[in-house]
Design a protein around this ligand. Structure first.
Ligand code: CDP
Ligand code: MG
Length: 195
């Protein structure tokens, strides 16, 4: 079964929607196998959002594409200028209040949680997603105000990211192995069959 990392960011904690967010993951049938509140250190954020060329290019391309789709000129010269700026803002933001770190487990958990979280920009994230339902922030406003998007939540982007991220926030002993009723109802082939 896949495991994925979720962080409820400072805006999610401050908005008082920790419970609502966790409920969505329980409702869909995922198993919470680790959870804690952490006030991150610079080092945690540095490891979590590693300032790689690839990451800078990804955040740059996503935001620039959105600007261009709206017929606007993107106000940053290149991925390094934009990526460095985003990263610096994220470090301050994630350290501004405690965050809630969660590991959820289940069949295809990584892509399932991404689907539930929605798009990076809350305003273009569909209704029904966490970012679409609880926020309406935009690239335009966050860039204009020189701050990161207030998009409430982080979720691992793929299995590789999940495997890299989980050990940043949890030790092996904090990752619980236990049987949940849903394990039988959702995944046990013999659940309702006679012995
Ligand atoms: O979180 P997600 O995987 O959807 O997006 P990302 O491209 O991996 O970017 C990581 C985080 O950087 C986002 O969730 C935002 O908090 C922040 N970011 C931002 O504030 N402004 C951007 N233009 C791009 C990213
Ligand atoms: Mg990401």
């Amino acid at each position: 079964m896949e495991k994925t990392l979720v962080l409820i960011k400072p805006d999610g904690v401050q908005r008082g929607i920790i419970g609502k967010i966790i409920t969505r993951f329980e409702d869909v049938g995922l198993k919470i196998v680790a959870m804690k509140m952490v006030h991150p250190e610079q080092e945690d954020v540095d490891k979590h959002y590693a300032l790689t060329e690839e990451w800078m290019m990804a955040v740059y391309t996503k935001a620039k594409t959105k600007y261009e789709a709206e017929g606007k000129e993107f106000p940053f010269v290149d991925h390094k200028a934009y990526g460095g700026n985003i990263k610096a803002g994220l470090v301050d933001f994630l350290r501004s209040s405690p965050v809630v770190a969660i590991v959820a487990e289940g069949e295809m958990a990584v892509s399932l949680v991404r689907k539930m979280v929605g798009a990076t920009e809350p305003a273009s994230s569909p209704a029904g997603t966490i970012r679409g339902d609880f926020s309406h922030d935009t690239y335009a406003l966050s860039n204009e105000q020189g701050r990161p998007l207030r998009n409430l939540i982080h979720a691992s982007g793929n299995v590789q990211e999940a495997n890299n991220e989980i050990p940043i926030w949890f030790t092996d002993i904090e990752l619980h192995k236990y049987e949940h009723v849903n394990d039988r109802v959702q995944y046990d082939a013999k659940w309702f069959l006679p012995e």
